[in-house]
Ligand binder design. Sequence first.
Ligand code: UDX
Length: 474
Amino acid sequence: MNDSTIAPGTPLPIVEHPRLTVIGTGYLGATHAICMAILGFDVLGVDVDAAKIAALAAGKVPFFEPGLPEKLREALDSGRLRFGTDFREAAEWGDVHFVCVGTPQSKDSDAADLTYVELAFTELASHITGRALIVGKSTVPIGTAARLTTIVQTASPAGTEVELAWNPEFLREGYAVQDTLHPDRLVFGVQSEWAERQLSAAFRPMLDAKTPLIVTDLATAELVKVAANSFLATKISYINAMAEVCEATGADVNLLASALAYDSRIGSRFLKPGLGFGGGCLPKDIRAFAHRAEELGVGQAVAFLREVDGINRRRRTRTVDLVRELAGGSLTGIRVAALGAAFKPNSDDIRDAPALDVASMLHAEGAIVTVYDPEANDNARRSFPELRYADSLAEVVLGADVIVLLTEWQEFREADPDDLSTLVNQRKVVDGRHALDADDFRAKGWEYRALGRPADPRTVELISDVRDDVLLSA
Ligand code: UDX
């Protein structure tokens, strides 16, 4: 619509049932496109990767995500969802464009690599000829949206008719459908009342369902995402730092975490000790945040994130230490069964996966490492061809000197120590995720070790005896 037809003071019109495009159909984009079509919108998903687009158009989700294949089928059957590779078509067809491309860590620094984001915004904008809203969903350094606004309005023939907004996404892998359809909150970073109203129309079903909404400026919207991920990473590293203290004192971090969690101000979520965080978000987001804060001159304010990262990395080397200890001091020629490769269960994502980091370090020290993951074997094999792979739990543990549990898949949690005993060479297990029943394993003759827990539960009694002695003699 031409603005010259609108009387002064009249609010700019919005499209009540906007046509949505989703640029970038990776994890975030594919899920967003599918779920928005499920909610009743007409959606066009666009990606430069023709193979990915062909797979999605054929009803195949190119990654493992519980429930998503069924939703893709439902959305395609509804006729509301289609996929393509043409940015021009997206620009001409869509009213609201969501940009969901990745922002990986740069190869040579901790900064986020914004190449894909800039390309996507510029390419799309260059074909937009009328009023439109481009909404960034990618996780970006603070200040990116403001900078992109200038880039986009310069690239588009429609100039300032193209507005930019930011709408961070908080979905968790493994729960992507649930988190997208029923988010805890929506955050709209906008620059005008028109953008807020247009974005509200694009999220009408969620707003009607009373999803809490925060409307804010661009910088705050960008910051919400990195601040949330930093908080979660900090909470995990906090309990893992306590695990280090436990290791030096004979205390038990599992019991400590349980006791802390009863305080409702602390809570139990993201307080699970173990091998720590990995994945495509938390590690790179805290590094990019610290890097950006340094650029902004407030590096000191988030300097603790470097420590959070350091604690997290130490959990990996310490897990290797535990396996070496159980193996008797040297890993050379030791057969290790590595249970898990994905960065967490219910995912086939191996980006910055603690499991594969540990498996590689064990391999580098001379251990014969065989990996089994229910879903991530293929991805792991491509990135770590030097490791061996098994196709089942029974196969991976066969003849093992030490089992190390690295990703807490339900299949591993439910493994019966007696059944495992019949397959392994030695009954030794390192539980990198505090996922096994330590008492049961020990009762059945296993040497059980876990980060932040005493090697022998009797140690706790011994230490308390010592303390009693000290107290008595005081
Ligand atoms: C995370 C955020 O949770 C999500 O909001 C954001 O949109 C993307 O990043 P995700 O990477 O899918 O989601 O995984 P998450 O469930 O947060 O787990 C991250 C890592 O932390 C995993 O490696 C997990 O094993 C580890 N973790 C989690 C712990 O070590 N302990 C815990 O208590 C919780």
